[in-house]
Design a protein around this ligand. Structure first.
Ligand code: ATP
Length: 333
């Protein structure tokens, strides 16, 4: 299982937050560790590409840092109260959702985050595959231990979709960011992020919820089967994007929105913002219901997060099933 980083992240955080030298002795005293332990961490950081100056009687100073995705990099920059405060990082794993579920059964705490540089068996809804290549994409799973009832949990997917959309639009205001209900974030009409929420529950009690997120960040090409529907932030921006900043931002937005959600226990506080992002709002969509396909106008979501679709004969349908996919009338979006 992934390493749990604390001393390294704390030293990195202090180095990053200080313009001046950070005294090695101060670190030892405040963290109750030996000089050797601190020195070892400094060496590890240097090996990872952090440029650290060491001056006798003054201490350590961070001169420059590499753009890498790692547990200590994430934890040293995390500004949240609980979301993503503990990071379990894997260079490679089959599926962060599977890891998070395993760790949840072992007692991993609310807000813990499993992050991988590469997923070899990433999952989408209904057992479909999600491509998450090494060094280019974001794959993480956030563990929640809510005390509300299991029927509310599917709304968390919508909260995560808004969080991802908000981060991308705030960091890159020039991009046209939308959400395809319920769980896909779209940039310039192509899928940039997928979300898979899984839950372990009894009929009226949630053990835990795991929200898995995959974001296409720095891919420059996609396999043939995805190239018509997928895009990456790099393709849309024409520049390399810092994956860490995106994850940090998602945690900040999600923490805030989750607090709001827990007050209302529905998405009433988010309907406006979600509808603003809703691709195909007031346009015709095709609803791929296993019981029969139909078309209608997507009007927006309701307080429970269901998509309201008005069919040609005027019937209003509130679509809430996770078994349903919605498409634009001419294709994926
Ligand atoms: P639908 O639009 O049918 O509701 P979905 O939102 O349920 O789709 P997911 O199950 O979340 O889709 O994601 C799996 C699907 O996403 C795969 O079937 C594949 O088409 C597509 N996919 C897989 N990897 C990527 C990727 N890296 N970027 C974009 N799309 C991908």
């Amino acid at each position: 299982m992934g390493e749990r980083i604390s001393l390294k992240a704390e030293i990195l955080r202090r180095l990053r937050n200080s313009k001046d030298y950070v005294s090695g002795q101060d670190i030892c005293d405040s963290m109750g560790v030996s000089r050797t332990a601190v020195w070892k961490v400094i060496k590890q950081l240097e090996n990872e590409g952090y440029d650290i100056e060491a001056v006798t009687n003054k201490g350590y100073r961070l001169l420059s840092y590499p753009e890498i995705l790692s547990g200590s990099e994430l934890m040293s920059r995390m500004n949240t109260v609980w979301a993503g405060k503990r990071v379990y990082f894997h260079k490679e794993t089959a599926s962060t959702n599977e890891d998070a579920k395993y760790l949840a059964d072992e007692g991993m705490e609310h807000g813990s985050l499993v992050v991988a540089d590469e997923q070899t068996g990433g999952k989408g809804r209904r057992g479909r595959a999600w491509a998450s290549p090494a060094g280019e994409s974001i794959s993480f799973s956030l563990l929640l231990r809510p005390d509300f009832s299991p029927d509310k949990a599917s709304m968390l997917t919508l909260l995560m979709a808004i969080s991802v959309a908000e981060v991308i639009s705030s960091l890159h205001p020039d991009l046209d960011v939308k959400i395809k209900w319920p769980n896909d974030v779209i940039v310039n009409n192509h899928k940039v992020c997928g979300i898979l929420t899984e839950m372990s529950a009894e009929p009226d009690f949630i053990h835990y919820v795991v929200i898995g997120v995959g974001v296409n960040v720095n891919q420059t090409v996609f396999p043939d089967e995805l190239k018509d529907i997928a895009t990456s932030l790099r393709i849309e921006k024409g520049e390399h994007i810092d994956r860490t900043a995106i994850i940090l931002g998602i945690m900040e937005y999600f923490e805030y929105y989750y607090g709001l959600f827990c007050e209302h226990l529905d998405v009433s506080a988010f309907v406006d913002i979600y509808d603003r992002y809703l691709v195909n709002r007031n346009r015709e969509v095709r609803v791929l219901d296993p019981k029969g396909e139909y078309t209608g106008i997507a009007e927006g979501i309701n307080d429970s997060g269901a998509l309201i679709v008005k069919t040609a004969d005027g019937t209003i349908k509130a679509i809430s099933s996770g078994e349903v996919s919605v498409r634009g009338i001419y294709g994926y979006v």
